[in-house]
Design a protein around this ligand. Sequence first.
Ligand code: MG
Ligand code: NI
Length: 561
Amino acid sequence: MSNRKIVIDPITRIEGHLRIEVEVNEENVVTEAWASGQLFRGIEIILKGRDPRDVGLIAQRICGVCTNVHYRASISSVEDAYGIIIPQNAEIIRNLVTLALFVQDHIIHYYHLHSLDFVDITSALEADCSKAVKMAQQYHENPYRNSEGHLESVKEKLSSFVKAGRLGLFANGYWGHDTYRLTPEENLVHMNHYLEALRIQHDISKAIAIFAGKTPHPQNLVVGGVTSVVDMLNPQRLNDFMFLIKETRDFLERAYIPDMKMIVKAYGASIKEGEGRGNGNFLCCGGYRFGSKEQLFEGGVITGHNFDQIEPFDSSKITEEVSRAWYENDDPTSPYDQETIPFYTDLNEDGTLKSEGKYSWIKAPRYEGKVMEVGPVARMIVGVVKNSKVIKPYMDRFMHETGMKLIDFSTSIGRNAARAVEAQICCDYLFDFMSDLIENIKYYDEETWTKYVFEELSTTAKGAGIFEVPRGVLSHFIRIKEAKVANYQVVAPTTWNASPKDGLGQRGLYEEALIGVKIVDPSRPLEVLRVIHSFDPCLACAVHVIDLKGRELAQYKISTV
Ligand code: MG
Ligand code: NI
């Protein structure tokens, strides 16, 4: 029997439209894979010709989830081009908002977008609540909302959904799949925290909006600083922010981290088999330093899982190319010179992607020509390898308590573990940034904006805003001519991880991570979802483009062939 293709389109529980095709052999093991971004958007084109002071507000529309980080990277690219240094308070307020977003994104990603790949909601209905209370105590001395009465109420809530035939967003899960590993009690404890996380993520939105005005699509950044002056000087507002973050920290300590330890234990075999492992190339730009303190994230580049060697990150080594993506001009170029000219080519007659030709709206970023993985796992591994005083103690503790090794993080489960540890680190660091802010204000440093006169700035400039953001390294590159945007290019974290193959035939990370994965039941390819979801895909970010003519570019069907 020849190899068969399994198509999943769209992959659900992500932001945006992603199609995955895998080829499997007789044993249902993946031998080849194609990841395809299925929408053309076009924000890079829309930004051309704009006033550079306006680009932040437009660029944040790249994504409805990652609004703050595009806004910030965009404004920073303009500040970099003009050499504008923002005041310390502005930097801290930007950091408070971005790090709160890290924590919120990670909680939503794990509980609401990914956990049901590991947690079988129908099994939770079989749980013995008093056993569940004791089970949870193995992972924390005081687990989050862990009374028998509360767990009974969670079970009742779930069973009322099922009885009424109103599974709603739980309707299309692969419930009862052979590869679910948690006991009914473990499933119930997870579902309890799934529901609690809905409230927590909502609370973090409130915290973000204290400085950002609103969220998503914040309003508080301008070239030169921030506008959150009144909030910054109001002790009640600072207190409200910290109260919400404290609540969140409690959830991370007593729910998210213990739940992740439970997953690592239950899915230990998947970790040891290296399910979802990429090519071992990790890229971090580092960042979030304040004053003389340690920076939160270290920068560095690791290749081929060689943890004994690390190179410094150099943004000039980033290129993008489109030989397998639906754009013109195939050669790799620096993002400053990269163009965005759509060039859609057909699919195969049966509607599947061309195995040899162009097949995605996502471009292929490379670092010195190499495919790189970005995200929490890259940051945690680089942090450990560089002996970061911030990251290493958290990672050491998690590894000690779970028995995980550094290489184990380069797997589907490992990416999740790294993300959970990172959420905790970011949350704790928020307290440091807040005390820095209060310290400044105490000494009458109330500056939030660096004054400049636009007409006096150079009319020709170029700059970049490069940041670690929840899903990995985000970079915005701007070229300004005659005081207008001449070229604008974004390389988003998901563009790195979800890229298609390139001119050298190198697979993107999603594709690489799928090779060798065994699919127990090809009509219910849960294993593929586990690998892809572990990257926390954000496809809107990856393609940053809409079809201006409203043409149908693809049909969306949830099917397997
Ligand atoms: Mg781009
Ligand atoms: Ni996004």
